[in-house]
Design a protein around this ligand. Structure first.
Ligand code: SF4
Length: 348
């Protein structure tokens, strides 16, 4: 893009951002800590969903020092509902490194930011530019879409080479004086005007006159869609086992999907009521009532859980190594159950 065109685009985009940017909690007082936490939360999660989680996180874990020493269960509780729990674990590991290596002060050098756990090129770009004014691109899904439309490119945005190319375009047009605002303006444009689903709202777009995709009438065909990979399907039967006010929960393994989180016991496959009874009897759990709870589905990135559930009432508490018996209030206050079980939580 020639210099004059880039200059105009920068000016139009920043003017629009100054007058139209949404007011978001992390944009007030954009300290490195607040920007970092919000950017990690915003990965794979919508802005509206993140807002209350961000406010809660800032109330309960207000500083890097607090994050470095937070108890794992407490951390999972604050994160409960956001999913992708490895993000929270990386936050804590990064906070510990910041405390040990940088005296609790978020590092301001790009290389140091990039070396922290859970921080990839996008997050480094976002934190670096927004919190420290470093003139580097922050290329997320919104920016990929805006730039391919802006340049009229049909390249596949899932390809590494395309992402590298787009990063170069952003680097060329980036405002060196207001790098953070420029990156946020591109993302904001992608979220509100140059939208992912449906037609882009070019008639309201501040950079319409610089946009190749719009000028050539091809904006709506861009970016090219690639067929999605099919997710593996796992069938599960989930048990809500109750004895008076106690519920059976167990901890997931140390590694892998939803590592170390608490969950309702469950087995592979969809069990009939008879099979469910046999499963319980084998464990010396003698129910006085078994109630089917119906189906529920949860999507992970590469996996779908297709669940059915049973609510099981026992007369007597039986100690087993497989589960812990916990009070409902205790679970609600202190234990984080993965969102996957949300549908069954109400039967506790
Ligand atoms: Fe997107 Fe249309 Fe603006 Fe181009 S003119 S950036 S396609 S909204």
């Amino acid at each position: 893009m020639d210099t004059e065109r880039a200059k105009k685009l920068r000016r139009d985009l920043l003017e629009w951002y100054d007058s139209s940017a949404r007011s978001l909690p992390w944009r007030e007082k954009p300290t490195p800590y607040r920007v970092w936490i919000s950017e990690i939360m915003l990965q794979q999660t919508r802005v509206e969903t993140v807002k209350p989680y961000f406010e809660k996180f800032m109330r309960e874990v207000p500083t890097i020092e607090d994050l470095a020493v937070i108890n794992d269960d407490q951390l999972m509780k604050v994160w409960e509902g956001l999913g992708y729990y490895s993000r929270a674990k990386n936050l804590k590991r990064a906070a510990q490194i910041i405390v040990e290596k940088y005296n609790g002060v978020f590092p301001a050098e790009l290389e140091e930011i990039q070396s922290l756990p859970g921080i990839g090129p996008y997050t480094a770009g976002a934190v670096g530019s927004i919190a420290f004014g470093i003139p580097i691109p922050a290329v997320d899904g919104n920016v990929l879409r805006v730039i391919t439309r802006l340049t009229g490119s049909y390249e596949d945005i899932h390809e590494k080479e395309t992402k590298t190319e787009i990063s170069k375009v952003v680097q060329d047009i980036l405002s060196t004086q207001r790098a953070g605002d420029f990156n946020q303006a591109l993302m904001e444009l992608g979220a509100t005007i140059c939208v992912p689903n449906g037609a882009p709202k070019c008639e309201h777009c501040p950079i319409q006159r610089s946009c190749e995709g719009h000028q050539q009438g091809i904006a709506q065909e861009i970016p090219m869609k690639t067929p999605k990979k099919l997710r593996r399907i796992e069938k599960l039967t989930v048990f809500i086992i109750k004895v008076k006010d106690r519920i059976a929960l167990r901890r997931r393994p140390e590694e892998g999907l939803l590592a170390k989180l608490w969950e309702f016991p469950h087995v592979q496959g969809h069990l009939s009521t008879e099979e469910c009874l046999a499963y319980l009897q084998k464990r010396k759990l003698l129910p006085n009532n078994i109630q089917p709870l119906g189906p529920s589905k949860h999507l992970f990135t590469h996996l779908e859980w297709h669940m059915i559930g049973y609510c099981i009432q026992l007369d007597e508490l039986v100690e087993t190594e497989e589960v812990s018996w916990l009070g409902v209030t205790e679970i609600n206050d202190q234990y984080s159950l993965p969102t996957a079980f949300k549908q069954y939580k109400k039967y506790m």
